[in-house]
Design a binder for this molecule. Structure first.
Ligand code: HEC
Length: 181
């Protein structure tokens, strides 16, 4: 494995955190949009075209692992983590782009503008022509791994700390952003 023990340590940490966070159905607050009978528990709203109605359908990923916005959700939020990127980056920009667009992965475009997406969100910074910033890879890696290192009240998901993306996926995203001219 490329990053040796460090990567193993990270994997152990993520698996451990997920186990610690994994809640059984009974820990979930009553207002959590979950259906224990559905394969992956969580539901997402789907607009029924021209009806003004919503249908609930299973989400493509089990979201019950993470604390929700419910006041009754007493599960703790993992603390911000500082990470050190070991170079070389070895990221795949094409895979990074897929991850940025994928709804059950990064879904970065819900907040950020990226090339090729017309209906992007704007709550996050513009990421078009990202390369021009000349940010070190290390900084971009930390931003995606756990943005709370720079802004404790960031709304950007701590993708690494929460185990949403693994280390290689974050490397791919860094490579993608750094390639945007
Ligand atoms: C829920 C909204 C949201 C999502 C989803 C999100 N971000 Fe962010 N992002 C932000 C906000 C807001 C900022 C501004 C800094 C802050 O508040 O932390 C930011 C800042 C950044 C920055 C720093 C930009 C700069 O020039 O300083 C990078 C890089 C970034 N995001 C990449 C990503 C990537 C890659 C993804 C997907 C894996 C992603 N973001 C997903 C909201 C989001």
């Amino acid at each position: 494995m490329r990053t040796g023990n460090k990567f193993f340590g990270l994997t152990t940490f993520i698996v451990g955190s997920l186990l610690a966070m994994a809640a059984s159905g009974s820990d979930l607050p009553a207002d959590f949009a979950a259906n224990p009978a559905a394969v992956n528990m969580t539901q997402q709203p789907k607009v029924v075209v021209n009806s003004g109605l919503l249908e609930w359908q299973p989400f493509s990923r089990d979201l019950t692992l993470w604390p929700s916005l419910s006041y009754d959700d007493k599960r703790p939020t993992p603390k911000p983590r500082l990470v050190k990127l070991e170079e070389p980056l070895n990221g795949d920009p094409a895979r990074g782009r897929e991850l940025a667009m994928a709804r059950d992965k990064g879904y970065c475009i819900v907040c950020h503008e990226l090339p090729g997406e017309v209906w992007a969100g704007t709550v996050g910074a513009l990421l078009l022509k990202f390369k021009q910033h000349n940010y070190p890879n290390e900084l971009v890696f930390q931003q995606i791994f756990d943005s709370r290192a720079f802004n404790p009240i960031s709304v950007m998901p701590p993708y690494g700390t929460f185990g949403i993306l693994n280390e290689q996926e974050i490397r791919d995203l860094v490579a993608y952003l750094q390639s945007l001219e």
